[in-house]
Design a binder for this molecule. Structure first.
Ligand SMILES: NC(=O)c1ccc[n+]([C@@H]2O[C@H](COP(=O)([O-])OP(=O)(O)OC[C@H]3O[C@@H](n4cnc5c(N)ncnc54)[C@H](O)[C@@H]3O)[C@@H](O)[C@H]2O)c1
Length: 364
């Protein structure tokens, strides 16, 4: 199969859909890999690295789309790419269709086969291609939060780890899922005092078992959240209710209960956020302040650490890329139901309910 890897052209996106190691693997199976020049530079891979792995470098994104039978990338195609996508071409990437009617319409019109990373799932609903990005975002939430607690950038001026003779900072994590556990782990590693809340007792039991004693678990309730926000320095929003908007666990009037300079990191911003005052921000301008409370709400946090994120993502996508390339999309999706659940739009037809529900009759 001819596999194309375009450079990501979305603002501040430095990840790439395939590493030189992945290209090497595909070429070994007898496939042809076409990579756009400089597509890997943001993640630390030179054109030479891809050439050495057996890939062919192409000068333009148009050339990559024109030659490829399957496109492997990271973010959803941008409007510039819509007309480049061909009938019958397989596009394997994050799509998040429900958040863009324009993208959905463009992919229906293209008659391409759109397989979305975010809906590839096993029978228990585990999402193998989303988990690594949650791991990155959870760990990064503490790194960012610690930075924005510094006084010159309007934080409280607290060092999370404290020093001998001075108590550590306090971190409150809302949600003990993938993001929450990774955040708690990083905060605990810095020596901070950590409180982690969830409504799922199974998760709290797990966290209680694996974390050190200075990570305290508690059931998530409005009462407990109101109590904790008064004396925690950094608050991480990491809740998810699958398929729904995140609940507003911290309302605007609750900001007044916090100490000035408290930092809120809303990782759940991509699902609408779990603080009422959340609005999406970018890596160029990541924070805003309301009532002296610093808000960090970047919707694509992993994009800031592409060296790590590209490897974390391609570790889990490559096995599926190989299946698609070796068997063809139809046989691969039939043989591997988890991959089959990634099919979103097939040759002009929407095949999953979530997209139909999102736009109701608009697509009919
Ligand atoms: N901003 C980014 O760059 C970025 C990157 C990756 C993930 N995310 C987002 O982070 C969020 C969390 O992802 P995840 O992988 O950890 O999800 P997850 O499903 O693993 O965990 C979510 C947890 O929230 C808990 N929860 C639900 N309602 C709650 C409540 N009222 N109080 C406390 N806990 C509650 C659930 O029980 C679950 O344990 C998602 O919205 C995801 O899309 C954002």
């Amino acid at each position: 199969m001819k596999i194309g890897v375009p450079a990501e052209i979305k603002n501040n996106e430095n990840r790439v859909g395939l590493t030189p190691a992945g290209a090497f693997e595909l070429v070994n199976y007898g496939h042809e890999v076409f990579v756009q020049e400089e597509a890997g530079v943001g993640s630390g891979f030179s054109d030479e690295d891809y050439r050495d792995a057996g890939a062919v470098l192409l000068p333009t994104i148009e050339a990559v789309y024109a030659l490829a039978e399957m496109i492997v990338k990271v973010k959803e195609p941008t409007p510039y790419e819509y007309p480049l996508i061909k009938k019958g071409q397989v596009v394997f990437t994050y799509f998040h269709f429900a958040s863009s009617e324009a993208l959905t319409r463009a992919m229906i019109a293209s008659k391409a086969v759109c397989i979305a990373y975010e809906t590839v799932s096993d029978e228990d609903g585990f999402l193998p291609l989303l988990t690594p990005m949650s791991e990155v975002a959870g760990r990064m939430a503490i790194q960012q939060g610690a930075k924005y607690l510094e006084k010159p950038i309007k934080g409280r001026g607290v060092l999370l780890g404290g020093v001998p003779g001075v108590p550590p900072g306090k971190v409150l994590v809302l949600g003990a899922g993938v993001v929450g556990v990774q955040a708690a782990k990083m905060a605990a590693g810095l020596g901070a005092h950590v409180t982690i809340l969830d409504i799922n007792m199974k998760r709290l039991r797990y966290v209680n078992d694996i974390m050190p004693n200075h990570v305290v678990t508690e059931f998530s309730s409005v009462f407990n959240i109101k109590r904790h926000i008064k004396n925690h320095d950094l608050i991480i929003g990491a809740v998810l209710i699958p398929g729904a908007k995140a609940p507003n666990l911290i309302t605007r009037d609750m900001l007044k209960e916090m100490r000035p300079g408290t930092v809120l990191v809303d990782v759940a911003v991509d699902q609408g956020g779990c603080f009422e005052t959340t609005r999406p921000t970018t890596h160029e301008d990541p924070t805003f302040i309301i009532d002296d409370i610093v808000h960090y709400c970047v919707a694509n946090m992993p994009g800031a650490v592409p060296y790590t994120s590209t490897l974390a993502l391609t570790n889990v996508t490559l096995p599926y890329v190989l299946k698609l390339a070796n068997l063809g999309w139809e046989a691969a999706c039939e043989k591997y139901p988890d991959l089959g659940r990634g099919l979103n739009i097939v040759k002009g037809e929407v095949v999953i309910d979530e997209i139909k529900k999102a736009f109701e009759s608009a697509l009919v």
